[in-house]
Write a protein that binds this ligand. Structure first.
Ligand code: FE2
Length: 326
């Protein structure tokens, strides 16, 4: 029997199906973001219209019928409220109609766990970087329960959001993060604000400065400098976490893990400490239903139980609130 997982925290409606840790399907539809960014109600409408088609596509891809599904997981949060609710409603409808257990999944736990699962690493630290989040994480019992302890994190916006906002201000085309990387290829360094405190960091000062330089410096120099400054900050904080925890494996996960430049910089830092960086295929770095199904199956196996009244959404659902029992 398999577990179906639904991801809808932002512009992707993803549906995955997992059985005994094997990913049988990982299908998605993505809302095309306009130059103005994401308008939550429009993205939610898109998910509502396309969600059932993606669920059917995932079942067809896995070669299964709904009767072969033993539980349904969905993203509880963090994410955009209107978008989260589309996946939650679909999961609740399936749960009620087919009398299946429903499992709320933390989106950040799912990003880390899918990378850990595919990398077959036992005890890593994780650098989780996306549009909405930037955190350095390590499993810990420090607060009396096993959870992903936040060693360091952004005090303002996620690194992906910073790159997106800069790219829009510079009039670059989507997908903004990769467009910044492309433009940066011809650039040279110009001084930028660099803000790391211990294992925490901030990005808005860097964003404001880089945006103000548009029109005053070559755009490729600004793109090169904002990208490399932000990634250097992440590498410095991660290096500190690596030395503090004395671990030897680093997971790089989340949407910004698709950046080749960040991977290269993190790998050269790790190599200096005889450590290794592990990254999942890009299909699983972007938001996806496979990671939700995987964690839902782990939670089911570990004995988590939820009734419908607990099947809610939480836009600010922090990773360090989740007890990890597997
Ligand atoms: Fe994500």
């Amino acid at each position: 029997m398999a577990v179906l997982g639904i991801e809808s925290s932002a512009h992707t409606f993803g549906v995955g199906i997992v059985e005994h840790g094997k990913i049988l399907a990982n299908c998605k539809s993505m809302y095309k973001i306009s130059d103005k960014g994401m308008i939550p109600s429009k993205v939610a409408d898109f998910h509502s219209k396309n969600g059932w088609r993606v669920i059917k596509e995932a079942l067809d891809t896995a070669g299964l019928a709904i009767d072969d599904i033993m539980a349904v997981g969905y993203t509880k949060g963090p994410g955009i409220g209107a978008c989260l609710r589309t996946g939650q409603l679909a999961a609740r409808a399936i749960s009620v109609k087919y009398c299946l257990p429903i499992i709320p999944v933390n989106h950040a736990v799912a990003h880390v766990e899918i990378t850990k699962h595919l990398s077959r690493v036992k005890d890593p630290i994780a650098l989780y970087v996306s549009g909405g989040n930037s955190q350095i994480l390590s499993l810990s019992d420090a607060l009396g329960f096993r959870h992903y302890y936040v060693l360091g994190e952004t005090f303002d916006i996620g690194v992906g959001n910073m790159l997106d906002v800069f790219a829009r201000a510079a009039g670059l085309k989507p997908a903004w993060g990769s467009t910044v990387a492309h433009v940066a290829e011809g650039g040279s360094y110009v001084p930028m604000p660099y803000t790391v405190k211990g294992m925490d960091f901030t990005f808005t000062g860097l964003l404001t400065h880089a945006t103000k330089r548009i029109g005053k410096e070559r755009i490729e120099d600004i793109a090169f400098s904002i990208q490399n400054t932000a990634f250097s900050m992440l590498c410095e904080a991660t290096e500190r976490a690596l030395l503090l925890t004395k671990k030897s494996d680093i997971l790089l996960c989340g949407g910004v893990a698709q950046s080749v430049r960040l991977r290269d910089m993190l790998e050269s830092m790790a190599a200096a400490h005889k450590s290794r960086v592990h990254v999942a295929p890009n299909e699983f770095n972007a938001d996806n239903g496979g990671m939700i199904a995987l964690v839902a199956e782990k939670m089911l196996g570990a004995g988590y139980k939820f009734d419908l009244s607990a099947a809610v959404t939480d836009q600010h659902y922090r990773i360090d609130k989740v007890e990890i029992l597997w």
